[in-house]
Design a protein around this ligand. Structure first.
Ligand SMILES: Cc1cc2nc3c(=O)[nH]c(=O)nc-3n(C[C@H](O)[C@H](O)[C@H](O)COP(=O)(O)O)c2cc1C
Length: 318
């Protein structure tokens, strides 16, 4: 699997996830064997107006490579300037968001609103590829805006024509948000139409799902998202399953708690105790999914304010 000049070591990627896939989480994903990770989406306009604050989201460490910075916006010129600023951080690629369904974003013509305007997509990708000639530019899109306007193939062709080096397809429309089942047939249709690599995304919950998506759609790589929340082992198990055909066991409770506590430590080191503990609450709730007494543990975690308190809650489970 290769995106422009960038060679990936396997076919398992971590999706960009705002509010979730931050630097510590991405480092864990890379440790688990992920071939490529992405930053949370960064506003191109934000980079121009308040560069220091906006570019904070784009920061990454060497332990997260290879990494793509994901940009969102709708003005080709602003996107080009934003991409140039991101390129100075020396990521491995720049990705353009054509999928965010949030009202605040689409109301400005950004994110998944761009699915309704393939010509605009062409202009944006063109402007960005011309602004960052040293890095591959990719896009991440949805199936379409709604069931009445399924146009992923058209948008993907526009992106390819404009110089994109890979396309990721989430098999849901904007109207679906994150509900309903992802339609993998649209991923197959995009793959058939394009010459650049296609990355399949949507409803990958088990290692077997990844193999099924690869076989069913012919896509070149898979991108895991919600399946990895509280379960980064899914990455390692998927890589192993695809390469060896063997299903590794799920982690036991001791392993889960050990990683949850290390994740907490990484968060606190990066963001300080107050923010780190707050950021970890959702992750800890996800790590505890399926654990006996999880509801009570979650309640205590939601009230905890310090790292020590959380260690005291989780340590007895090891
Ligand atoms: C909390 C959360 C945040 C997300 N943030 C982004 C984002 O910043 N950029 C993006 O392209 N997609 C984002 N997504 C979409 C995912 O990358 C992915 O396309 C989607 O979750 C479908 O995959 P899944 O069904 O396996 O979860 C986000 C999804 C979730 C759940």
């Amino acid at each position: 699997m290769q995106i422009g000049e960038l060679r990936l070591k396997n076919k398992v990627l971590l999706a960009p996830m705002a509010g979730v896939a931050d630097s510590p989480f991405r480092q864990i994903a890379v440790e688990m064997g992920c071939a490529l990770v992405y930053t949370e989406m960064v506003s191109a306009k934000g980079i121009i107006c308040a560069p220091e604050q906006s570019l904070k989201i784009a920061h990454f460490t060497a332990a997260e490579r290879p990494i793509g910075i994901q940009l969102f916006g709708s003005d080709p010129g602003v996107m080009a300037d934003g991409a140039a600023a991101c390129a100075r951080l020396q990521p491995d690629l720049i990705d353009i968001n054509l999928g965010c369904p949030v009202k605040k974003v689409v109301s400005k013509g950004e994110g998944s609103a761009l699915m309704r305007d393939p010509q605009k997509v062409y202009k944006i990708v063109r402007a960005v590829t011309q602004a960052v000639t040293t890095l591959p530019v990719t896009v991440k899109m949805r199936k379409g805006w709604d069931e009445g306007s399924i146009n992923a193939v058209e948008v993907a062709l526009a992106a390819q024509e404009a110089g994109a080096k890979a396309v990721a397809v989430h098999g849901r429309t904007r109207s679906q948000g994150y509900s309903g089942q992802a339609d993998w047939t649209i991923i197959g249709a995009v793959k058939e139409a394009l010459t650049i690599p296609v990355i399949g995304n949507g409803d990958l919950w088990q290692p077997q799902d990844a193999l099924q998506m690869l076989e069913q759609t012919g896509c070149d790589a898979v991108m895991l998202a919600r399946g990895v929340l509280g379960n980064p082992w899914l990455i390692r198990r998927t890589v192993y399953y695809l390469e060896e055909g063997v299903l590794l066991p799920e982690p036991d409770l001791t392993e889960k708690i050990a990683l949850a506590l290390r994740h907490l430590q990484m968060q606190v080191e990066k963001n300080g105790e107050q923010i780190g503990v707050r950021e970890m609450r959702k992750h800890l709730a996800w790590y505890l999914k399926g654990v006996r007494g999880a509801a009570e543990l979650r309640n205590r975690i939601m009230r905890a304010k310090t790292q020590t308190e959380i260690v005291q809650i989780l340590q007895p489970l090891r």
